[in-house]
Design a protein around this ligand. Structure first.
Ligand SMILES: C[S@@+](CC[C@H](N)C(=O)[O-])C[C@H]1O[C@@H](n2cnc3c(N)ncnc32)[C@H](O)[C@@H]1O
Length: 242
């Protein structure tokens, strides 16, 4: 693709390994005038755009960075000045990435916005540990949920009864809430012996996996001292790990 000036490209960077970006995403990075990126995006990918303006809008708990509204304004401002803007987001932009909000803000401002999908850690994280999210005869349904709750949105709680009946459950952003989610799944009737695994820093040289059961996984992750980013997979396919 040749980029179009004054456009915002919402590009999925993939789960961690810089080689797991799409060809289109890498080509757009090479042509970008401005790269607006998250904290987890690898330096190797950013080096594809050495002359572009780089803006790290990543949010960490210790250091407040840009609000979502400020990010939206930044994208609209730079594109409005005619720049080719790459908004580089971890994994896929539309899987717990707030890409939809950025696309909507662009549309409202009359700025062209193009989505370039990415490899999501929800699937690639377990995959990198040798765990398929579906498998013939073992799992034919997959739910991807977040354990993080934004109380300000007044969203209904997760439907744990329905969730507990899915063959495979993938939990994102679940480090803090993992024990609670596991306990609620068990209360909703899921067998506590269901296999579970947590994958930390999936697809990077620091990848680590801890395996256990629904009843034990939260404690095992604590004692292993695992830190985000972590993706958790619960279900029978965990038996196929590596
Ligand atoms: C804000 S969400 C963004 C997800 C992203 N859009 C995607 O499709 O992968 C961040 C969460 O993704 C998961 N995650 C992202 N990269 C990961 C990695 N390399 N290893 C394990 N989990 C990862 C973690 O659950 C993390 O808390």
């Amino acid at each position: 693709v040749k980029h179009t000036a004054g456009t915002v490209y919402l590009v999925g960077a993939g789960p961690g390994d810089p080689e797991l970006i799409t060809v289109r995403g890498a080509n757009l990075l090479r042509e970008a005038d401005v790269v607006v990126h998250d904290r987890l995006v690898s330096a190797e990918l950013l080096s594809l755009a050495p002359l572009a303006e780089h803006i790290d809008v990543g949010k960490s708990r210790a250091r407040h960075a840009y609000s979502q509204g400020e990010i939206n304004d930044l994208l609209i401002d730079r594109a409005g000045r005619g720049a080719c803007v790459v908004r580089l987001k971890g994994g896929d932009p539309f899987v717990f990435g707030r890409g939809g909000e950025e696309a909507a803000a662009c549309k409202q401002a009359g700025v062209a916005c193009v989505v370039v999908p990415g490899v999501t850690s929800a699937v690639a994280g377990p995959g990198a540990a040798g765990i398929p999210v579906t498998h013939r005869g073992l799992s034919r349904s997959l739910a991807i949920v977040t354990a993080s709750i934004d109380a300000s949105l007044g969203q209904p709680r997760l439907d744990y009864d329905a969730l507990s009946r899915m063959d495979t459950i993938v939990i994102m952003m679940g480090r803090a809430g993992l024990a609670e989610v596991a306990a609620k799944l068990i209360s909703a009737g899921r067998d506590p012996e269901t296999l579970a695994a947590c994958i930390e820093n999936a697809t990077t040289p620091d990848q680590r996996t801890v395996s256990g059961t629904l009843a034990t996984i939260a404690r095992l992750v604590d004692s292993a001292g695992m830190n985000p980013p972590i993706v958790t997979i619960i279900g029978p396919t965990v038996a196929l790990a590596d």
